[in-house]
Write a protein that binds this ligand. Structure first.
Ligand SMILES: [Zn+2]
Length: 278
C-alpha cells in the first residue's frame, strides 16, 4: 500500500510534469472507485484551467486551480499516475486520463491507474477544503510540524493505547504507517506495546526525530524510483529501505544481537527488540 513517502515522491514527480500546464481535457473511464467520482463537477472545475499548485496532505495528492478549487486523489492500495505521450488507454485498470497542454509544447497525458480500485478521485472548491470530510480530522504533518514531540506528548496524556497504535492514528499525526511506526520506535528505543500516556517527554523527542529520519530516508530512497515515472508499472509498492526490525522476526538485532520479536498489535504485525526497546 502506498504510504506517505511514496505519495510524496509521486506528488513531486507529477508536480515536475504538470505544474503550470493547462488541463485541456478530462476523461473518466468509470464513475466510481472506492467512492463515486464527481465526474461532471471535476470536469467543470478543471477543464481549460491551469494547475497552480500540486501538493500532498497526508496520503492525498492535491491539484489546485486558482480561483476554482482542488482535485483530490488518493492512491488506495494500488493507485498510480503514469505519464504517457498519448491519451490512448494502454493499461488495464486505467480509470482516468488527464490531458495537459501548454503553448508550443506537445500535450502530455497523465493516466490514473488503480487495479484494486481502492483509490479516490474527488474535488472541492477552495473554501471547502479545510472542512472536507477527508481532511478535517487529520493531525499534523510529521515532516513539517513545528514541534511534533510536544504535540504527541500533550495529546497522549492518560492514554492507555499502545504507543504504536497511537502513532499510526492519523488524528494524532498523519502518514506514519505500519512499517515506519515499527522502524521509528526501534530507532527511538521505545517498546511498541508501551502505553502512549506512559511515554515521557524525552522519549517523545527521540520518537519525533526518529519519525522524521525514517520518513526522510524513505523519501530519499524513492526519489530515484520516481525520477522517471513513465517506467512505473502501476504499483508504487514500498521503497527499498534498510529495515532494522520490520519483517525480521527471529533475526538478530543489528544493535545488540537479541532475536527480533513479532507480536500482533491492533491487528497489525509489530516487530521489536526486547533489549533495545524499553
Ligand atoms: Zn537490540
Amino acid at each position: 500500500m502506498p504510504e506517505l513517502p511514496e505519495v510524496e515522491c509521486l506528488t513531486n514527480a507529477v508536480r515536475a510534469t504538470a505544474l503550470g500546464w493547462t488541463v485541456s481535457d478530462v476523461r473518466f473511464l468509470r464513475q466510481d472507485l472506492r467512492a463515486p467520482i464527481p465526474t461532471k463537477r471535476f470536469k467543470a472545475l478543471f477543464t481549460g484551467q491551469k494547475l497552480s499548485e500540486i501538493s500532498r496532505r497526508s496520503k492525498y495528492m492535491l491539484w489546485k486551480v486558482d480561483g476554482q478549487g482542488y482535485g483530490i486523489f488518493h492512491l488506495g492500495m494500488s493507485g498510480n499516475f503514469l505519464m504517457r505521450p498519448t491519451g490512448e488507454v494502454q493499461m488495464k485498470h486505467t480509470h482516468a486520463v488527464f490531458t495537459l497542454s501548454r503553448p508550443r509544447r506537445k500535450d502530455v497525458y497523465l493516466h490514473f491507474v488503480d487495479p484494486r480500485r481502492f483509490g479516490i478521485i474527488d474535488c472541492c472548491t477552495l473554501t471547502e477544503l479545510e472542512d472536507h470530510k477527508y481532511f478535517r480530522e487529520l493531525g499534523p504533518e510529521p515532516l513539517s510540524c513545528e514541534n511534533l514531540a510536544d504535540h504527541l506528548f500533550t495529546r497522549s496524556r492518560r492514554r492507555k493505547q499502545p504507543i504504536k497504535a497511537f502513532l499510526m492514528d492519523a488524528k494524532n499525526v498523519v502518514g506514519v504507517g505500519n512499517i515506519y511506526a515499527s522502524e521509528a520506535l526501534f530507532r527511538a528505543g521505545i517498546r511498541p506495546l508501551k502505553a502512549a500516556g506512559k511515554v515521557n517527554t524525552s522519549a517523545y523527542e527521540r520518537l519525533a526525530q526518529a519519525v522524521d529520519e525514517t520518513l526522510t530516508a524513505a523519501i530519499a530512497a524513492g526519489g530515484t524510483t520516481f525520477r522517471d515515472f513513465r517506467n512505473a508499472d502501476g504499483n508504487p509498492g514500498y521503497f527499498a529501505l534498510r529495515l532494522n526490525v520490520y519483517d525480521r522476526a527471529g533475526a538478530a538485532c543489528g544493535q545488540c544481537g537479541e532475536k527480533i520479536r513479532q507480536v500482533k498489535l491492533a491487528g497489525r504485525s509489530t516487530f521489536y527488540c526486547r533489549r533495545c526497546q524499553a
